[in-house]
Design a protein around this ligand. Structure first.
Ligand code: R5P
Length: 301
């Protein structure tokens, strides 16, 4: 191995010096074509350079996940509050009103279910169909260190090539296997590989130690993945810490739609991401909104 643990102490990330972004507000995007920049500007707010993406694509490998059993009833009402939506084409076409103009980040990989080896994915959406659905980005899992690492990296490079052809950015999601440690060393490796091979956005997990080195060493925007449901204050603190340490937004699912008050949580996360609201204040906001909002079981009547 060219670069191992033994030399890690010598690395310099210059975390306190943000990378310059000549010609465009987003890291690493200055040389992209107009269409690509325009789509990125729909996902990331050009005023803040950040995004709150709502991830609801879980069904593509784990079926009707808790909170997503009825997307029409519980999730569609939340959609207007998100900056962007990460979902599958099945949910888009069956359940999302086409009058909703939120940017779509289309899940474009799939194959194995939770019953099988998850890294054994293939591309699952054709670029023509992505264009037909007017998506703002395509996305897939990349399993660095996983059993089918090379296949997933090759899926990513093919998707990036197709996206480049039509001006559609690719968001690579660094999938961390159960046996792997989500530490800064691993996340730096995974994120940098995705960016080096052409991904325009990388989604990755937060780690308490050294997350700023993950964002500093990745030349494209990183959005923080939410992960399993946490108590609301912890989730807001994680989002705040990720943003303060260089993330360009969040892509959260369960920590929003499994919250007792998903709309209140969306609003609190929005304030953390776009207005740098501190975790305790964001939690107060969450509580206030939660108490104001009816928590009735959804119904059509
Ligand atoms: C990753 O495996 C998928 O994209 C997930 O469905 C999604 O990103 C997970 O979101 P969260 O971990 O915030 O529930």
């Amino acid at each position: 191995m060219a670069d191992t643990d033994a030399v890690k102490e010598a690395k310099k990330f210059y975390e306190d010096i943000p990378m310059e972004t000549p010609g465009f507000f987003l890291k690493g995007a200055g040389s992209l074509d107009w269409g690509m920049k325009n789509r990125l500007s729909r996902i990331f707010n050009p005023q803040t350079g950040r995004t709150v993406m709502l991830a609801i694509d879980h069904g593509y490998f784990q079926g009707p996940t808790t909170g997503l059993e009825r997307v029409d009833l519980t999730i569609v009402p939340l959609m207007p509050m998100a900056d962007a939506l990460m979902l599958t084409r099945g949910i888009l076409r069956t359940t999302v009103p086409p009058s909703l103009t939120k940017p779509i980040v289309m899940r474009s990989s799939g194959g194995p279910s939770i019953l099988k080896e998850l890294s054994n994915e293939e591309l699952a959406v054709d670029i023509e169909d992505a264009i037909r659905m007017n998506v703002s980005a395509v996305t897939l899992q990349v399993f660095i260190g996983g059993k089918y690492e090379t296949r997933s990296v090759h899926n990513m490079t093919r998707l990036i090539d197709m996206g480049m052809r039509y001006g559609i950015p690719t968001m690579a999601v660094t999938a961390v296997g159960k046996a792997m440690t989500r530490d800064a060393q691993y996340l730096r490796l995974a994120c940098r590989i995705c960016a080096e091979l052409g991904a325009q956005i990388v989604k990755t997990y937060y780690c308490p130690e050294g997350f700023e080195t993950v964002t500093a060493s990745c030349p494209v925007p990183i959005v923080m993945a939410g992960g399993k449901k946490l108590p609301e204050l912890e989730a807001l603190t994680m989002a705040y810490n990720a943003i303060s340490r260089g993330a360009a937004g969040v892509d959260m699912g369960r920590n929003i739609f499994q919250s007792e008050a998903p709309k209140a949580m969306m609003e609190a996360v929005h304030n953390v991401v776009h207005k740098n609201l501190k975790p305790a204040e964001a939690y107060d906001l969450y509580q206030t909104l939660k108490n104001k909002t009816s928590q009735k079981t959804p119904s059509r009547a």
